[in-house]
Design a protein around this ligand. Structure first.
Ligand SMILES: C=C(O[C@@H]1C=C(C(=O)O)C=C[C@H]1N)C(=O)O
Length: 293
């Protein structure tokens, strides 16, 4: 088992290289990121992360040399193996690069790629998940059809929502948009189970379309033989759900035990069977086991 250490950071393939203060990712949030799980020395959902990054970089016209990126990721993974670092958070930041005065983009700009690994000892994707306690955040998400779904670097709403609690009373905060639709949690996507079906918010105006959310839609829910309905979701629907689930690609799937609303009322969820079935389906998927249907 590896010992957690401080993060390892590569900038454009160079370990410990410094980032320019003129980088547009820092100045304007002009970029994208992926938060991946390092699981047993690999990034099991890498092809899905890369697919999303490529799709978003095309939308925002941020240059991305896939071969170069994959070679830097391979080099980073090889070093992690050498150092016996097998579990952790593997984060990738892609910015438009350095330059320009103000918002105007420079004519020629080379993208910046930061790889950052925070080692830990947690087999998060396959461990039995512990039920989470949530609050409903006061901070609302704005709506923007161009930005919605993308994992861009402008995450101030999530940062401010996460600042609404500092202690361990809550594990996560539920975020609504300005029309009071439930969109996501500060760093997870949200699903509810009701009447034999999973439901998750439509993300065409706000929120991040997570890689684990997509895996649940494409792979895990079908393995459990359960349909998923993607549609607007109200807070009342969440409170009356049979089960509530959070997911992200760094932590897998997690049942929700309770949600405290803004009046301080606790809404509790005592059944987690369907979340645990998805969690088992995720473990099987990661171990390369078939659909079992
Ligand atoms: C805040 C980050 O990303 C979010 C956090 C997690 C996590 O902590 O598990 C996962 C996915 C992201 N939306 C980050 O620093 O990468």
């Amino acid at each position: 088992m590896s010992t957690p250490t401080s993060p390892l950071i590569w900038v454009n393939g160079e370990l410990d290289h410094q980032l320019s203060a003129l980088d547009r990712g820092l100045a304007y949030g002009d970029g994208l990121f992926e938060t991946c799980r390092l699981h047993n020395g690999r990034i099991p959902l890498w092809s899905r992360h890369l697919q999303r990054l490529l799709a978003s970089s095309a939308v925002f016209a941020i240059e991305l040399n896939t071969k170069q990126l994959e070679s830097w990721v391979d080099t980073a993974l090889a070093l992690l193996r050498e150092q016996n670092i097998r579990q952790g958070t593997f984060k990738l930041i892609l910015t438009r690069g350095v330059g320009g005065r103000g918002y105007q983009q420079p004519h020629r700009v080379a993208p910046t790629i930061v790889l950052m690994v925070q080692p830990d000892n947690l087999e998060l994707l396959t461990a039995r998940p512990t039920p989470a306690r949530l609050k409903v955040c006061r901070m609302r998400l704005g709506r923007n059809r161009v930005l919605a779904g993308h994992k861009h670097l402008n995450r101030l709403e999530n940062v401010l929502a996460r600042a609404e609690w500092q202690d361990n009373t809550f594990d996560e905060g539920l975020m609504l948009d300005d029309r009071a639709n439930v969109i996501e949690a500060t760093s997870h996507n949200v699903f509810i189970y009701r009447k034999g079906c999973w439901h998750t918010p439509v993300l065409d105006e706000s929120g991040v379309a997570g890689v684990m959310r997509q895996l649940v839609l494409d792979e895990l829910a079908p393995r459990c033989g359960v349909r998923v309905n993607v549609a607007p979701l109200s807070l009342d629907a969440v409170y009356s759900a049979e089960e509530v689930m959070l997911c992200n690609s760094n932590r897998g799937v997690r049942p929700v035990a309770a949600i405290e609303d803004d009046a301080g009322t606790l809404h509790q969820f005592s059944h987690h069977n369907n979340v645990l079935r998805l969690s088992a389906a995720l473990s099987d998927f990661l171990q390369g086991k078939g659909s079992g249907q």
